[in-house]
Ligand binder design. Structure first.
Ligand code: NA7
Length: 580
């Protein structure tokens, strides 16, 4: 519970941070250490964000825990030892609690409180913030650490309210847990949350029916204790290890190869894919440099995974249904599982393909499809999130000149660097849309953003500047650069939540920045080096510095040379590069 309340006094809070997940916790700690007086508002009753809410059975991280943990404090790093390669949710939550305890964070966090509105007062150069308990606060800087996957979609089904059994959402799981023993359970969805929970629920329930609309690619985690050799390699030089992780496209070590699948002999391809499959998790993503950009290269990996599914699933018809066909590999976030496909060999597990028999609604007894009715004691909705923008645009955010975020983002989220939005001074978004965020190891992206924002606030304070704001020009240039970064890839080809495609009516736009965390970090560094290029900095109503253009570009040579012709071809075809 809260041990203090954010200020309601005339003196504005230095920085109000929304959210006490990993981003909000580090932001709070970082700013405190720099002499600011930040405060946090959090909707949940505890810290941990994603790991506070997503308590479904089997929930665990899909990036190795040695990399998915804070690197900002050497003592913290030394005193924590993860029990498994991919830590389970209870351990991640324990880690979040440990961090909160260790840095005495809770005294500045107000729990059980949701920010509902924030309006910019240009005359006072402050944000006026309202919360769902009716409190009003004023802050100089408003920092949204609201998470990319924190608001479940509003998916509902006809007759759901008539269902007599229990309904659970994976993202709002009861804290006391659920015992499905002896129950007939239905689960809707086959994204990461479902793929992690299905094997565990299947072991407990009398019968489990999986309602699948779209199959996903899933790789085995091969989870277990962290091998001693891995731990030793890491503990010899954690700093160096983390620096190497950050200097990658995805913010984690993936043995990214520059070899092209289309130029590699079939036997070598097979050996390489087998080696990476045996290693587990996302390692297969780095097998070949052309997987993400060349349909032919992508098909090679697709076929390999299809074969792996057939090897794991005894019934060929079920294996066929579980095999993705509508999107290239990697264009939706692939899943990392423990025993998912083999679960369909159990006599108490049934797969219903909603493409063959669409779900028509609920009855008091269970779920009805166009083919038949299914009776359940409990149903689990693993139906996903209003990703990247959901938690931001649910706040009534009003910037300079009455600009509303909902209107500004009517055609998709526009930001500068995924950090700031034109017309919204002193509003920062940690891992906001337009930044690498969900395409990366989130912890490394969070640390990079927190440190960038903290440096920015220090710079403003030292110069007695009262506001910073992205210019319209820089925002437009960043959106264009983001489009250029993703266009050569096949990422926009899937109906993914990256594209906003899982929420009816949401504008289709590829939301994360696809240029890689290493490139992005360098761009952010250059922007600062050029005196906060693309930002307008003011003291009251006086403009002190105004460099409106965004000119920083990734250093040449970061794209493997053999990919350049493909990338250039795609940019030309999309009209983003003049044809020669
Ligand atoms: P996802 O990956 O968005 O998965 C949601 C699943 O729910 C997906 O299989 C959807 O099928 C399905 N879905 C959504 N609405 C419906 C309806 N109306 N009917 C049937 N099926 C539906 O969310 P997760 O929580 O699993 O994972 C999110 C991220 O968290 C994940 O990528 C990791 O990064 C961690 P669809 O594909 O839309 O056909």
């Amino acid at each position: 519970m809260a041990t203090s309340s954010p200020s309601t006094s005339a003196q504005p809070i230095d920085a109000l941070i929304v959210g006490a997940g990993f981003a909000g916790m580090y932001m709070l700690h970082k700013l405190r250490g720099l002499g600011f007086n930040p405060q946090v508002v959090e909707a949940g009753s505890g810290v941990g964000g994603t790991w506070y809410w997503n308590r479904y059975p089997g929930a665990r991280v899909d990036i190795q825990s040695l990399e998915y943990s804070f690197g900002f404090d050497e003592e913290l790093e030394k005193e924590w030892r993860w029990s498994e390669r991919y830590a389970p949710q209870p351990e991640l939550l324990k880690y979040a609690e440990h961090v909160a305890e260790r840095f005495d964070l809770k005294r500045d966090i107000r729990f059980n409180t949701r920010v509902t509105a924030a309006h910019w007062d240009d005359a006072a150069q402050v944000w006026n913030v309202t919360t769902d308990d009716g409190a009003a606060m004023r802050c100089r800087h408003l920092i949204l650490a609201t998470g990319c996957l924190s608001i479940p979609t509003d998916v509902t089904f006809p007759g759901l309210e008539t269902f007599k059994g229990a309904v659970y959402r994976t993202s709002r799981w009861p804290h006391e847990g659920v015992d499905f023993s002896g129950q007939r359970v239905g689960i809707i969805g086959t994204g990461s949350s479902a793929i992690q929970s299905i094997p565990i629920i299947a072991q407990q329930a009398e019968h489990l029916t999986v309602f699948q609309r779209t199959p996903n690619y899933s790789m085995p985690a091969h989870n277990g204790p962290i091998p001693d050799a891995d731990f030793e390699a890491w503990s010899k030089d954690p700093r160096g290890y983390r620096a190497a992780s950050r200097d990658t496209v995805g913010g984690f070590q993936n043995e990214a190869s520059e070899a092209m699948a289309t130029q590699t002999a079939p036997a070598e391809i097979r050996a390489e894919l087998e080696r990476r499959w045996a290693w587990g998790g996302f390692r297969i993503l780095g097998a070949f440099a052309d997987t993400a950009v060349d349909p032919e290269a992508n098909r090679i990996v697709q076929e390999f995974i299809a074969e792996k599914i057939r090897q794991q699933v005894a019934d060929p018809a079920v294996a066929e249904k579980l095999t993705p066909k509508d999107h290239p590999f990697g264009t939706k976030r692939p899943c990392v599982d423990t025993g998912y496909y083999a679960t369909f060999n159990r006599p108490n597990v049934e797969l219903v393909d909603l493409r063959e028999e669409p779900l028509t609604g609920f009855t008091p007894e269970g779920i009805k499809t166009s083919a038949k009715g299914y009776a359940f004691d409990a149903v689990v909705l693993a139906t996903g999130f209003d990703a990247m923008t959901g938690a931001i645009d649910r706040i009534d955010l009003v910037g300079r000149g009455e600009r509303r975020i909902k209107d500004h983002w009517a055609e998709g989220p526009r930001t500068y660097l995924g950090l700031m939005v034109a017309g919204f001074p002193n509003l920062f978004t940690i891992t906001g849309p337009g930044s690498p965020s969900v395409l990366t190891n989130m912890i490394n992206s969070i640390e990079q953003h927190v440190e960038w924002i903290a440096d920015c606030l220090v710079s403003l304070k030292q110069r007695q500047q009262t506001s910073i704001e992205a210019s319209e020009e820089a925002e437009a240039a960043w959106c264009r650069h983001s489009t250029e970064a993703v266009t050569p890839t096949m990422l926009p080809q899937a109906n993914s939540w990256y594209m906003g495609a899982n929420v009816p009516g949401k504008p289709r736009m590829f939301m994360p920045y696809a240029g890689g965390l290493n490139t992005y970090t360098e761009i952010c560094r250059q922007v600062v080096g050029k005196g906060y290029e693309g930002f307008i900095i003011r003291q009251g109503d006086r403009v002190l510095s105004e460099s409106r253009a965004f000119t920083s570009q990734p250093a040449p040579g970061e794209i493997p040379e053999n990919l350049l012709p493909i990338i250039v071809g795609r940019l030309m075809a999309a009209g983003l590069m003049p044809a020669e």
